[in-house]
Ligand binder design. Structure first.
Ligand SMILES: Nc1ncnc2c1ncn2[C@@H]1O[C@H](COP(=O)(O)OP(=O)(O)OP(=O)(O)O)[C@@H](O)[C@H]1O
Length: 355
């Protein structure tokens, strides 16, 4: 649904050049919620602004729903109209809501429809329908100042949906909200995505956002995407920095003569008694150093740090047994290296992930 190829954005200010987006290839599939996570200054806002051509990329292409937006951008007035039309199928949700304070809630939602030239009756019908969808049917005549932050963002989402978009872009939609409101807005985005068949691309600096609603995620650092994939793929990738930040497990072993493994259970493997089977089959004592179960992107995920007697090389057979059961097994020493790498690159992400 969204593809960028070699997308690059360089700003030139007072003789200085900053490459905010550096050769980014991104593929967001139809119907998924895709999160781009990175620290402040990583280039997330520039990326999202290039995707809806609010910002003209320096090079590279952006294709949304089969239309190459970058090809439409530079062709004078007529192409400008085409670009505006293509853009109206891309909804945008902003961190600070961007509502007009002198207009009522309903009039704010009608604004994009006014620009598209819809009649008064059609605009009103659509706005009321959208208000109902976001749970604010009773607030049509209220002004933004009379709403809570979460309610304002619901209006922002309703406005973004006014043009019947196939794609919703969200620029830190929840970072101005408290944790509980954040949860309800994320749930709304996820529900609307499923109900309306939307593809959602969101940028965030909070790992919890990725954890609660994203099907796929990418880690952005200094303008580049350094890791990406579906959440289950990431959790199953040895040494994945995103997986370590998304789902950290802790627990120390003091004994170099023993093997410490991080075992990830996904989906139905979470309910099988594999650790006791391992212990019985090979007659080994297993210590559990740390464990957690959680729901990531709507799927049950478990992670466990276990310790086995003997060095890693001596445990090839039990490790093979665990892998045969469909579990992802990683040497904890390698996982610790990945966690250190992400901590160096993005300390805030690790803090968020560890909450
Ligand atoms: N209009 C601009 N002119 C010049 N430099 C810019 C401009 N916009 C962004 N930058 C620079 O590009 C880099 C990436 O900024 P960007 O806002 O895209 O990052 P971000 O990951 O969204 O950060 P934040 O989360 O703080 O918004 C930064 O170094 C920033 O200073």
């Amino acid at each position: 649904m969204i593809t960028t190829s070699g997308l690059t954005k360089t700003y030139r200010t007072r003789g200085r050049e900053v490459t905010a987006v550096d050769d980014v290839d991104l593929t967001v599939r139809e119907g998924e919620v895709y999160g781009v996570i990175g620290q402040s200054g990583a280039g997330k806002s520039s990326l999202i602004r290039c995707i809806n051509l609010l910002e003209r990329p320096t090079s590279g292409t952006v294709t949304v729903d089969g239309t190459d937006l970058t090809a439409l951008a530079g062709r004078g007035n007529r192409a400008g109209r085409e670009l505006r039309r293509a853009r109206s199928r891309i909804g945008m949700v902003f961190q600070h809501f961007n509502l007009l304070s002198t207009r009522t809630v309903q009039d704010n939602i009608e604004l994009p429809l006014e620009i598209l030239g819809h009649s008064g009756a059609a605009r009103s019908r659509k706005a009321l329908e959208l208000l109902d969808l976001v749970g604010l049917a009773d607030k049509a005549k209220a002004y933004p100042a009379q709403l809570s932050g979460g309610q304002k963002q619901r209006v922002g989402i309703a406005r973004a949906l006014a043009g019947d978009p196939k794609v919703l872009l969200s620029d830190e939609a929840t970072s101005a909200l408290d944790p509980e409101t954040t949860r309800s807005i994320l749930q709304l985005l996820r529900d609307l995505g499923q109900q309306l068949g939307l593809t959602v691309l969101l940028i965030t600096h909070e790992m919890d956002v990725v954890k609660s609603i994203c099907d796929s995620a990418a880690l952005m650092e200094r303008g580049r995407i350094i890791e990406s994939g579906t959440v289950p793929e990431l959790l199953a990738t040895p040494g994945s920095q995103l997986a370590s930040a998304l789902f950290p497990v802790s627990g120390e072993s003091g004994d170099p003569e023993r093997t410490v493994l991080d075992v990830t259970f996904l989906g139905e493997s979470t309910s099988r008694p594999v650790i006791s089977q391992l212990s019985r089959t090979y007659n080994i004592d297993i210590s559990i150093l740390g464990a957690a179960m959680d729901t990531v992107a709507g799927r049950q995920v478990g992670r466990m740090r276990i310790e086995l007697p003997g060095r890693y090389e001596d445990n090839v057979v039990p490790i093979g047994f665990l892998r045969e059961q469909g579990l992802h097994v990683e040497n904890a020493a390698d996982a610790a290296d990945a966690a250190d790498a992400v901590a160096d690159a993005a300390p805030a992400l690790v803090k968020e992930g560890a909450k």
